[in-house]
Design a protein around this ligand. Sequence first.
Ligand code: GDP
Ligand code: GDP
Length: 469
Amino acid sequence: MSFTLALVGRPNVGKSTLFNRLVGKRLALVDDQPGVTRDLREGEAKLGDLRFTVLDTAGLENVTDDSLQGRMRRLTERAVEMVDVCLFIIDARVGITPADEIFADILRRRAKHVILAANKAEGNAGEGGFLEAYSLGIGEPIRLSAEHGEGIDELYHMLRPLAATFDQREQSTAPETDISVDQDSEFDNTELGEAEEVPAWVPTIKRPLQIAVIGRPNAGKSTLINQIIGEERLLTGPEAGITRDSISLPFNWNGTPVRLFDTAGMRRKARITEKLEKLSVADGLRAVKFAEVVVVLLDAAIPFETQDLRIADLAEREGRAVVVAVNKWDIEDDKQDKLKELLQTFERNLPQLRGAPLITISAKTGRGMERLHEAIIRAHTIWNRRVATSRLNNWLLAMTEAHPPPAPGGRRIKLRYITQAKTRPPGFVVKCSNPEDLPKSYERYLVNGLREAFDMPGTPIRLYLRGGS
Ligand code: GDP
Ligand code: GDP
């Protein structure tokens, strides 16, 4: 029995004034959010019998710095996409300005429902601007005076029928369920030592493969999850496949039993300002903890932003297998150049995930789903890989011969022995003299060598140096 409404428009048209009127000043005070969206305010509005969440986008626009302006614009676009209804406000006394046209353009392309309001039209003021508003091509405007409370009843009459359709939508969504986060027991240092060799033929997938799709708001997570689950849901009935809340029930994806962790699902239940703020670290961590394979979903138009990098890095640090999927590839014109650029940025920014697959997809059209499926299976297999101790030690010998470890103070560090102590992700113990003196660069040399020699691209590799003879 609720929906979300965003107040959109250039600075000074009266968004905040209307926000205060709809929400009441008491609530308006407490809702300021810090950070990029510092001036975004969200509150619970009351209008007749309607109850809804209202988002004041004031503050998204009036930034002078160029790049920030682009950012703010994108945030506005996202806000517009996230809410159910946009109330587009113009200043009736000023008439239509170029900035209004820009907002009109965003709204025409992105908003689900737009109500156009010519504000500051108390009494008979602003008649010219009111008439001009028709030219924006987003329907019939209403006359409003946020300051004097005129036209609010008309707003109510526009919202009422929309609210009824949203109510129906609410009734058909799945009930909430508890989230249980399944976590692998962490690697225990005391268990280091000679690992049990597991024959290669032992199947690695005994339970559903756990996949988390994480990425910034609007990257296309929900679309992707629907694309993956959609078909199967038809096969298995409405109960089985539906993403309930955050974790799906197990289902078959191209013959692989999988479970999906849906961070977008978490977000659907969150407040709009929280959605606009990017995925919180805690949410990301929860998803990453759940997952064996983390799909970092990027928007091809704005790939590898700080938040994306943080998420990918988080996944690596938690030792998860990572697959990078670049979404919305359908709207990319220059695919070849773009791909080259993406791969370069990836290498530069995430050296710790060297060789991780980067798959271009369109969650919307379904292109690339098979390649994504394959990449996930492969990443999972590598993540579970176990290398025989004899092979490892032959390799170590060759590595140290090719590039002997340094000899600080004249005493050469000796790497004596290597064995794989764990999988998921692969972890190796190296016995060596003076492990604390071994430079990081040499560790990287070993890790990269392991990757190449035993075909383990993309997966985090752990190296544990142990002293003693
Ligand atoms: P915002 O930047 O879009 O949030 O605009 P504000 O709500 O801060 O309003 C900008 C200015 O317009 C303020 O001085 C308001 O007092 C004034 N204003 C807002 N609504 C009305 C209205 O309905 N009539 C008149 N005359 N002024 C208004
Ligand atoms: P989420 O916030 O990450 O869950 O993103 P959504 O799944 O809600 O998608 C955000 C917007 O991007 C929606 O308008 C989608 O229709 C659109 N979108 C998602 N995937 C694609 C895609 O592959 N191609 C195009 N062109 N648009 C997409």
